[in-house]
Write a protein that binds this ligand. Structure first.
Ligand code: UQ1
Length: 347
C-alpha cells in the first residue's frame, strides 16, 4: 500500500490543536452558495454539451442521423419542410464517419428539388472545421458541388445551443470565440460532439489527453503497454473513423498480435488507409480513399473524385454485405489487394 499525504496544511509546533485547525464546510461556505454534496467524477472541458439538447430532438424540425432515437426525425422534417433555413452541423470534436454530416445535406437538397420545395429553402452547412473535407483532391470537387447546388458553407461555426421555442440555433465563431451567431431554422440536422466511452477515457494510463487509446500509428501497439493493441474509433490513430479504416487495420492487427504472442516484434505497418463514400445525391457518389498523409489511395483505375453512379451502387448495394458478412466475420481486410491488382502492383 502507498500512503499519500492529503493536501492539508496543519499549523504545527503545538500552537493550535488539530480541532482548532479546521472548520466544517457548512460553517465556511458563503450564505448564497448552494452546497452540492456530490463528488466530481471527471472533467471534460473539451467536450462541452450543447445547451437545449437532447430535449430539442423532441420538437419539430430537429433530427440526427447519428442516433437511432432521432434518425427518423430527419426525414420527417424534410417531408414537413415549408420554408426557411435547413441547417446541417459538424461539431468541434473528432467524429465517426466525417462525411456523413454533409452527405445528408446533399440528399436533402435533392429531396427538396424533387418535391418542388428547393426554392423555399436556404441550405446551410455550419461546420467547426476550417475545410469542407480534409483531403484536397476531394475538397476541390466538393466546393464545386456546393457552388453548383447553391448550398452555403460556413466554416469554423460550432453549434452551442438549440432554442426550440423560437426555432433558433446558436453558433460560436471558433476564430473569434467572443462572437455568436443565431440562425433561425425550419430544419436542423445535428451532428453531436463525440467521445470515447467513459470506461476507456477515464483510464488515464491507456489514453491520450483527448481520451483516445494511445497507440503507435504504424503497429497499433499501445505506446506504453506492449500487450495492449487497439483498432477503430476509440484509438488516436490519425486517420478518419470509418469501417473502411477498421478493415485496413484488422489485417495489420492480426499479424502484429500473432507476432507478439509468438515472442517476436510487431513489424506489420498500417498506412492509414481509410475511405469515405461521399454520397452526393440519390444516385451519385464520390468514393474518397486516402492514407495518413492525405494522399489518395484509390482502388479503381479511374478518377474517384468524380461523382459516379457506379460508386453509388457499390456503396448502396455492395458495402452492406462487405460490412455484415465480410468485416464482422473477419474475412474483409480492405481493398488493398484489389487496388494492387488494378494498378499492376504500382500503388
Ligand atoms: C470498405 O472496405 C468498407 O468496409 C467495411 C466500407 O464499409 C462498409 C466502406 O464504406 C468502404 C468504402 C470500403 C472500401 C472498399 C472498397 C471496395 C473501395
Amino acid at each position: 500500500m502507498h500512503y499519500y499525504q492529503p493536501m492539508w496544511t496543519l499549523v504545527g509546533g503545538g500552537m493550535k490543536t488539530l480541532e482548532n485547525s479546521g472548520k466544517p464546510m457548512s460553517q465556511v461556505l458563503p450564505k448564497k452558495a448552494d452546497w452540492i454534496k456530490q463528488r466530481v467524477v471527471s472533467f471534460d472541458p473539451a467536450n462541452n454539451k450543447i445547451k437545449g439538447l437532447p430535449e430539442a430532438f423532441e420538437t419539430p424540425g430537429v433530427g440526427s442521423n447519428y442516433s437511432p432515437l432521432y434518425v427518423n426525425n430527419t426525414f420527417e422534417s424534410l417531408k414537413n419542410f415549408k420554408q426557411g433555413n435547413a441547417i446541417f452541423t459538424f461539431p468541434a470534436t473528432p467524429i465517426k464517419c466525417a462525411g456523413a454530416p454533409q452527405k445528408i445535406m446533399y440528399i436533402a437538397d435533392e429531396y427538396l428539388r424533387k418535391n418542388g420545395k428547393r426554392d423555399k429553402a436556404n441550405i446551410i452547412f455550419n461546420t467547426s472545421l476550417g475545410v469542407i473535407f480534409g483531403v484536397k483532391k476531394y475538397a476541390e470537387v466538393l466546393w464545386e458541388v456546393v457552388k453548383e447546388r447553391n448550398l452555403t458553407v460556413n466554416l469554423r461555426h460550432n453549434l452551442i445551443e438549440v432554442k426550440p421555442d423560437s426555432r433558433e440555433a446558436v453558433f460560436q465563431n471558433l476564430d473569434n470565440p467572443e462572437e455568436f451567431k443565431t440562425f433561425e431554422y425550419e430544419m436542423l440536422h445535428v451532428t453531436p460532439p463525440m467521445s470515447t466511452p467513459d470506461v476507456l477515457n477515464q483510464c488515464a494510463p491507456l489514453v491520450d489527453g483527448a481520451g483516445y487509446l494511445n497507440v503507435k500509428k504504424e503497429t497499433m501497439q499501445h505506446v506504453d503497454f506492449p500487450n495492449v493493441f487497439g483498432i477503430g474509433d476509440c484509438t488516436n490513430l490519425p486517420t478518419s473513423k470509418t469501417a473502411a479504416a477498421v478493415a485496413g487495420q484488422i489485417g495489420v492487427l492480426r499479424k502484429n498480435l500473432s507476432a507478439v504472442m509468438a515472442g517476436k516484434n510487431p513489424n506489420s505497418h498500417y498506412d492509414g488507409y481509410t475511405s469515405c463514400p461521399l454520397v452526393t445525391g440519390y444516385s451519385k457518389c464520390i468514393l474518397a480513399e486516402f492514407d495518413y498523409d492525405g494522399n489518395p489511395l484509390e482502388t479503381f483505375p479511374i478518377n474517384q473524385a468524380k461523382e459516379r453512379r457506379t460508386m453509388f451502387h457499390l456503396k448502396k448495394d455492395f458495402m452492406p454485405d462487405m460490412y455484415w458478412l465480410g468485416l464482422l466475420n473477419g474475412y474483409w481486410e480492405g481493398p488493398k489487394y484489389f487496388r494492387k491488382a488494378m494498378h499492376l502492383g504500382l500503388k
